[in-house]
Design a protein around this ligand. Sequence first.
Ligand SMILES: [Zn+2]
Ligand SMILES: [Zn+2]
Length: 238
Amino acid sequence: MSEQYVCTVCGYNMIEHYPLNCPFCGAPQDKFITAEECSEKYRVEGKNVAPGVTQLRSQPRLGYEHAAYRVEAESKTFWIDCPSCFDASLEAVDVITFTHHHFLGASNMYRSHFDAKVQINGRDSSNKLARRFPFDNKFSGNFTEAGLEAFHVDGHTQGFTIYVFKNVLFICDYVFLKPGSMVFNPYGPPGETREGARTIKKIAESRNISIVCGYNYVENYPKWQEKFAILVDKSPDL
Ligand SMILES: [Zn+2]
Ligand SMILES: [Zn+2]
């Protein structure tokens, strides 16, 4: 196996280099472990959250790694985003498709292990955080693959893509849930993030969504949508 380190603060995988600080979160080297150590210390646990949809998260929690989701679609299986820890015992997957470039996990290792296809919006593939990661498909715009619908919304990142599978919406970290409210992810351009949210709202309303899968939550759509609508519709100054 080639040299690879994992930041235990955020889960970012550093492929074939050992930088002084984590390129994603800035943590120093004493927070890094090798990918082999990571596989020994952590495992990836699956939790069924909807018919055909399983949430994948590291156990114990690997910093603020975001949840990935396994989708059993019509003729192939997908992961939407990718766990940071490489766990060889996971069921094989055909396609690893990303919402954006922030949490690419150990996708390079899973790609080799499962002979999986890895894909991301082309606008996010060129980001420096994504540079060392292999991608088989750099998509653009909206598309449907084996019943999984992908919508490019821009916003939080230029290539940000949300997914809809049957009644489930996959939104990753576009918004953060707070007690009684919701806020936009602040790590992106505010104007574009708000604009992209209007697109998300329209897409969600045009589908029969009942469950929302986020980076650290699974929520009933009506409950989620109520907060989202307030956030999208309120004046940016408030
Ligand atoms: Zn980090
Ligand atoms: Zn993000």
